[in-house]
Every structure is written in structure tokens, then in C-alpha cells.
Ligand binder design. Structure first.
Ligand code: MSP
Length: 525
């Protein structure tokens, strides 16, 4: 059994989370579930990033204590993850006591190692991104990441000697070890940061009170990104009384993050780990954005509210599988992809209703019609059935391989192709024609048997991607807990099982009606 440690970024509870925020988490969840089904010992971490100037400002504006504001919004975040069927193993809050203590110890260690010194920071600060910028890094005087106004920062603070690690960091990228994927992101880091030379980083704030105090200088709070990045090890118990999980799971197999925060993960985080003398994560994966009208789908970016429907509404109306299907299947992992209500609804009908849902109601309907609901073996199999099984085996292997290569969109598509193959097999063999022949019934049994095996292969692979609905069909065939056996194919023990007709898992939507209703909901919001 191999261990597999996967993380999402921890979310800013600055707003109720949007569909864009669901992206990283849904993808990581599918990957984590798939690895569990393969038998790996998975640790899947997510959580919330609760300190910093942004949260301080929001709470003040609301006239609330920071922690009261946070408790509310974190509860809402957890509810959303429940709705989306997110199977995290741990949810970390950076206000958790154990995290606060460990971050203070981490800061002390960096200081004791001679990597932190006191000086004065003069420059710009982007509050929404919690990022420091120099004048020459700004684009039209604004934050190069989010395009928003920056403010002046001029204060005494502690600096981390990032420049000391420049050569070691560069090597990470030059040695071609695929530390950061997709490759284009690594090129971006080299061109935008390494080629300009790494400057030491301000790692504490005097004017921000909502943060973790530096233990040896209580006037200063630790810069929120140092606090946040450390979550990946503090969640495992690093520098606590119990480091069992840290010893077992670190280094992370992959940190999955959105492209705008790649630089924190691929430059600052490895430098901190180098200073702490810890192994580096095996991989940083920088995914793209869900975009609308050319920009990031985000509440603050002026996106038409009709297109900014709450993911909670989408889950309630169409199931969490519908949201996951769109995020995983329609946006190629690593690239940006467009979002609109129309695309979402079309994908529901095209993939979920026509393929995933249809195959089980169609096949079970035929088993009931031609075989009294009974699965009774492959007695009358022909060589073409073996060819069919070989094709399914190939697609299954591809689906597994793609998840191991961290290509969830392609993995999902391979599983869907098994359904296409299954439909073609039924269409070519025409059980309805055989039913008219006196000696057709045994051949019908064999066809339905092989088609069911293929459907179960598809469904066991799809369960990680669509965990809400598929399990009910698997249960009908005696599969309670999904296990993916890499060495077997079409070998489920289903002989003698009796099934009854089922309703389609995903009923086809009337697109015009849905679009209209969604617009009404959005207008009311
Ligand atoms: N708090 C930091 C992360 C610290 S990790 C040590 C942060 N939080 S965030 O809430 O702003 O973003 C969390 C994740 O949501 C990021 O990976 C971000 O890319 C993702 N998304 C937010 N909107 C998105 C889209 N429209 N599309 C895809 N993902 C996007 O950054």
C-alpha cells in the first residue's frame, strides 16, 4: 500500500465560496477518492486561511470580532464541502491552536538558522492577494496578479533570506525533475521571477494585528503566507507532541493550487522547507481558472450575476455530481476553461443524462425485459465478446494511468468511453432482434452479462468523480465499497443477481426551462 498525500490550498474565508473556489477541491477530491479505491493510504487535506489584513478589514467593516466572523463563514465552507461530497481527511483552520504554536516554532527555527533578519520594508502591498510588490513589478500601478489597487507599506519588519536559496531553487527547475507542472508554469516562474533575481521577503507585519505573533517580538505578526503555507506540515503534527502523521505522509505527493498562487508554492514554500531542512513536496500542480468573459470567474470581477450562480444552488437542483462533472470533465486540468450556465446545462444532458445515467437504466431495462431481471452468465459467449473485454481493459488501464499522471480530465473521459463502447456493443449485438429468434435467449444472456460487466467497470472508475449517484447502482450488483482492481477486468461476481427496473440516475433537462428558472433565481439573489 503506498501513501498518497494531496492538498488543496486553504481558502480565504473572505466571502462565501464560489464555483471557482470549488474547482481545486472537487478535482483533488476525485483524485483522492480514486487513489483510495486503488488501495492507497490517502491523506487529503483542506482548510481555511484565516489571518491577515483582508480578514481584519472585513471583520472591522462588519463590526464583528474576527473569530466570530470566521466561525460563521468556516461553518458555511464546511457545509459546502459536504454538499459537494468532499472526502477530506483533515480540515485545518489556521486559527487552530496547534497550528498557531507550530507556526511560531517554525518562525523561531528560521530565525535561529540565521535566515531571518530585521529591517524596514518600503513598497506596495495588495490586500486582497496579501502580496508585497515593488514599484517596478506593478502593472499600470496595480497588482500584477489581480489588477486591483495596491497600498503603500512602510514599516519595520522581519525579512526571510530568500536570495540565499536562489541557486538551489533554480536547480529545482533546471534539473527537469518536473517539480512544477504543467511545464508552462515552470517557464513562467523562471522568466518572471528567477531571471529578475530573488529578493528577500518581508515575513512579518507590524501594522497587522490579526495574525500569529512572532514569539520573540510581540509587536510583529507573522506574514500570512508563511502562516498559510506552513499548514501543509502543521496539519500533520509537525513540531507538535505527535509527529506520527508527519513522519508517515510528508513529503506531500502533490500540492494542487490555482495558477495565481503558484509562485508562493514553488518559490517561497520550497525555500522555507530548505531552511527547515525538510524534504520538498514531490510536485506542485498549478491548474487554470474557470473563466467568464475572459477573466477569472470571481464575485469581485464584475461577472454577470446570472452566470455567478451559487454552487449550493447548482448542487441542490442538479446534484453534486453535476457540478463535479462540469468542473472535472469540461475544463482540461492545467488550462483555463469557460463557464456559463448554458455550458453547464449542456454538459449535464450530454454526459450525465445521455451517457452515465442512460447506460444503467437502459441495460437494467433490457435485463428485466429479456432475462426476467436475472444475470445468468456467459455460457454463450463468442470471440467478439473477448475483443470487447480487451477494449474495456485497455480503457480501464488508461483511466488508471491518467489519474496516476495527475490528468483527471483525461481519466474521466476514458471511463466515459467505456460507456460508449458498452452502448456500441449493445447496438451491434441487438438483443431486441435476438429476442425474436427461438434460440436467441442464451446469446441475449451472454450479451447482457458482458455489457453489465463493462458498465460496472465504468461505474467503479466513475465513482471517484461522481460519488453521489453511482453508488446506488453499484449496490444493486452487490458492490458496497468500490475497489479498483488494476489486474482484473470484467470479472465482477454478478452471476445469479436479480435486478429490478430503475429510474435514470440523471433525468434529461429541458434546457430552455432550466435556463429561465436559473435566471430567475440569479435575479432574486
Ligand atoms: N488562501 C490562499 C491559499 C493559501 S494556500 C497555502 C488563497 N485562497 S483563495 O480562497 O483565494 O483561493 C483558493 C483556491 O481557489 C485557489 O487555488 C484559487 O486558484 C482557486 N480559485 C478561485 N477562483 C477560481 C476560479 N475562478 N477558477 C479556478 N480556481 C479558482 O489563494
Amino acid at each position: 500500500m503506498s501513501k498518497f498525500y494531496i492538498t488543496t490550498p486553504i481558502y480565504y474565508p473572505s466571502n462565501k465560496l464560489t464555483l471557482g473556489n470549488c474547482y481545486t477541491t472537487a478535482l483533488c477530491d476525485a483524485i483522492a477518492r480514486f487513489h483510495r479505491a486503488l488501495g492507497d493510504d490517502v491523506f487529503f487535506l483542506t482548510g481555511t486561511d484565516e489571518h491577515g489584513q483582508k480578514i481584519e478589514k472585513i471583520a472591522t467593516a462588519k463590526g464583528m470580532k474576527e473569530i466570530d466572523y470566521l466561525d460563521e463563514i468556516v461553518a458555511d465552507t464546511k457545509d459546502l464541502w459536504k454538499l459537494l461530497n468532499i472526502s477530506y481527511d483533515k480540515f485545518i483552520r489556521t486559527t487552530d491552536d496547534y497550528h498557531v504554536k507550530a507556526v511560531q516554532k517554525i518562525f523561531n527555527k528560521l530565525y535561529e538558522n540565521g535566515d531571518i533578519y530585521k529591517s524596514t520594508y518600503k513598497g506596495k502591498y495588495c490586500v486582497p492577494c496579501e502580496s508585497f510588490w515593488s514599484e517596478d513589478q506593478l502593472v499600470d500601478g496595480k497588482c500584477p496578479d489581480c489588477g486591483r489597487e495596491v497600498v503603500d507599506a512602510d514599516e519595520e519588519c522581519y525579512f526571510f533570506k530568500l536570495s540565499k536559496y536562489e541557486d538551489r531553487l533554480k536547480k529545482l527547475y533546471q534539473e527537469g525533475k518536473n517539480f512544477l507542472l504543467p511545464e508552462s508554469r515552470a517557464n513562467e516562474m523562471i522568466n518572471n521571477f528567477f531571471n529578475k533575481g530573488l529578493k528577500d521577503l518581508c515575513v512579518s507585519r507590524k501594522t497587522v494585528k490579526w495574525g500569529i505573533p512572532v514569539e520573540f517580538d510581540k509587536d510583529q505578526t507573522i506574514y500570512v503566507w508563511i502562516d498559510a503555507l506552513s499548514n501543509y506540515i502543521t496539519a500533520l503534527g509537525y513540531l507538535s507532541d505527535d509527529e506520527t502523521n508527519f513522519k508517515k505522509y510528508w513529503p506531500a505527493d502533490v500540492h494542487v493550487v490555482g495558477k495565481e498562487i503558484v509562485r508562493f508554492h514553488s518559490i517561497i514554500w520550497p525555500a522555507i522547507l530548505m531552511s527547515l531542512g525538510l524534504p520538498l513536496p514531490k510536485l506542485i500542480f498549478g491548474h487554470g481558472w474557470l473563466v467568464y468573459g475572459g477573466g477569472k470567474l470571481s464575485k469581485s470581477k464584475g461577472v454577470d450575476k446570472k452566470e455567478m450562480l451559487d454552487p449550493r444552488v447548482l448542487c441542490a437542483r442538479y446534484s453534486s455530481d453535476a457540478v463535479r462533472n462540469f468542473l472535472i470533465g469540461e475544463i482540461s486540468f492545467g488550462q483555463d476553461g469557460p463557464y456559463s450556465q448554458e455550458l453547464f446545462l449542456n454538459s449535464f444532458n450530454g454526459i450525465l443524462a445521455n451517457k452515465v445515467g442512460n447506460i444503467s437504466s437502459r441495460l437494467i431495462g433490457m435485463i428485466c425485459k429479456y432475462n426476467d431481471g436475472l444475470i445468468n452468465g456467459k455460457i454463450h459467449s463468442l470471440p467478439e465478446d473477448e475483443i470487447f473485454v480487451a477494449k474495456i481493459k485497455e480503457l480501464k488501464a488508461d483511466c488508471i494511468q491518467k489519474i496516476k499522471e495527475l490528468k483527471p480530465t483525461l481519466s474521466y473521459k476514458s471511463a466515459l468511453r467505456i460507456i460508449d463502447e458498452c452502448n456500441t456493443y449493445i447496438d451491434v449485438n441487438k438483443p431486441w432482434e435476438l429476442a425474436k429468434q427461438d434460440d436467441g435467449s442464451q446469446r441475449i444472456s451472454a450479451i447482457l452479462y458482458y455489457a453489465t460487466q463493462a458498465m460496472l467497470e465504468a461505474y467503479t472508475l466513475l465513482d471517484a468523480f461522481l460519488p453521489e449517484k453511482i453508488a446506488s447502482v453499484l449496490k444493486l450488483f452487490g458492490i458496497e465499497k468500490v475497489k479498483i482492481d488494476e489486474n482484473a477486468c470484467c470479472n465482477f461476481k454478478i452471476d445469479g443477481i436479480k435486478v429490478e427496473k430503475i429510474q435514470p440516475l440523471f433525468a434529461r433537462l429541458d434546457l430552455n426551462k432550466e435556463q429561465q428558472e436559473l435566471d430567475e433565481i440569479a435575479n432574486k439573489e
